[in-house]
Design a protein. Structure first.
Length: 328
């Protein structure tokens, strides 16, 4: 018979994402609702290794639903990659009386959860929190919607100045391995071209497309580039290449960077975080373990870590076609 769950731990790990606080709040409040003790670990796996934690109750998470960042802080722990680090973490969890953990983060966090759950009898549930949206087992990750809105807002502003000066802007957005942010913000902001890691369209095509834009009477252009794009070595080299080959263009580069990870979460991200984390607590109380929760076709669903980590979350390439048509 599964061990009774009396204490649940929660942590946030990897790159932070707007909505992580809403997720922490949902775990703490669901624990309070079900009369389970809740313990928050600081700096993800590192806090578990160091025994750095606090007891949380319903009031500890007041007014954080609207805040960006994570009150529990986040980190990428190198120590947790080692068996010794994981052993220390397991020892601290046992000492703190933690029976199960909710792990909020991206694929690195889930990989840590997968190996930890194979080594120790401590049930864990993963909740997808990353702006990159690059996790299989969910249509949306917590933070992605807010990041998209942040990017759209920034591109709209850049569009104003691009248009005033008849300039071409290359705008780099986050997405080390995935083009979700670039593709969707690019369509949403009416970019002339979108460059993503999943599709190498080639430099010739980019030049052709920019020439076509000029011929069609456009005075300014926006090219959204995902940071993981393979077409150029980086966005600055891409801009140099276009300047050399299309001297008529006055080219500028903007790298949006970490501003994409901050800010008050959108309603969508707050609701998503709330739904997924209440479910995570309920699953643990029902004896479920070693799975991630996600939103699939607007229903909260579970996927094993194995399937989640071996699967890929495909981008919607149809959006590239839509973008092509609409940037005519
Ligand atoms: O949060 C995901 C992500 O934003 C990636 O798109 C990006 O490459 C990475 O994090 C950068 O994070 P950091 O600067 O924290 O290492």
């Amino acid at each position: 018979m599964a061990k009774e769950i009396r204490t649940i731990g929660v942590m946030t790990s990897g790159g932070d994402a707007p909505g992580m606080n809403a997720a922490i709040r949902a775990v703490a409040r669901a624990c309070a609702y079900y009369n389970v003790k809740c313990i928050g670990f600081y700096r993800g796996y590192q806090g578990m290794i160091e025994g750095d934690y606090c007891v949380m109750n319903a009031r500890s998470v007041r007014n954080i639903i609207s805040q960006g960042g994570t009150i529990l802080k986040s980190a990428r722990s190198e120590d947790f990659r080692t068996p010794e680090g994981r052993k220390k973490a397991a020892t601290h969890l046992t000492e703190a009386g933690v029976d199960a953990m909710v792990l909020i983060g991206g694929d690195g966090t889930f990989r840590g959860g997968q190996i930890f759950s194979q080594e120790y009898e401590i049930p864990v549930i993963g909740v997808p929190g990353t702006i990159d949206n690059d996790i299989a087992g969910t249509n949306f990750t917590i933070g992605y919607d807010t990041a998209l809105n942040t990017v759209i807002d920034a591109i709209d502003k850049i569009r104003d100045t691009a248009s005033s000066h008849n300039r071409l802007f290359f705008i780099e957005v986050m997405g080390r391995d995935a083009g979700f942010i670039a593709l969707n913000s690019g369509v949403g902001a009416g970019a002339e071209e979108i460059l993503i890691p999943e599709e190498d369209l080639g430099l010739d095509r980019l030049l052709e497309s920019l020439k076509r834009s000029k011929r069609s009477g456009k005075s300014s252009s926006i090219v959204v580039v995902s940071e993981g794009d393979k077409i150029g070595k980086n966005v600055y080299q891409l801009a140099d290449y276009v300047t050399e080959n299309l001297p008529d263009y006055d080219v500028r580069v903007t790298v949006l960077g970490h501003m994409q990870r901050g800010g008050s979460p959108s309603c969508f991200d707050r609701t998503l975080a709330s739904r997924l984390c209440v479910k995570a607590v309920e699953l643990l109380l029902d004896g479920e373990k070693n799975v991630m929760v996600g939103l699939i076709n607007n229903k909260v669903a579970t996927t094993s870590f194995d399937d989640g980590l071996s699967g890929t979350h495909e981008i919607n390439k149809e959006l590239l076609r839509i973008s092509d048509i609409l940037s005519t």
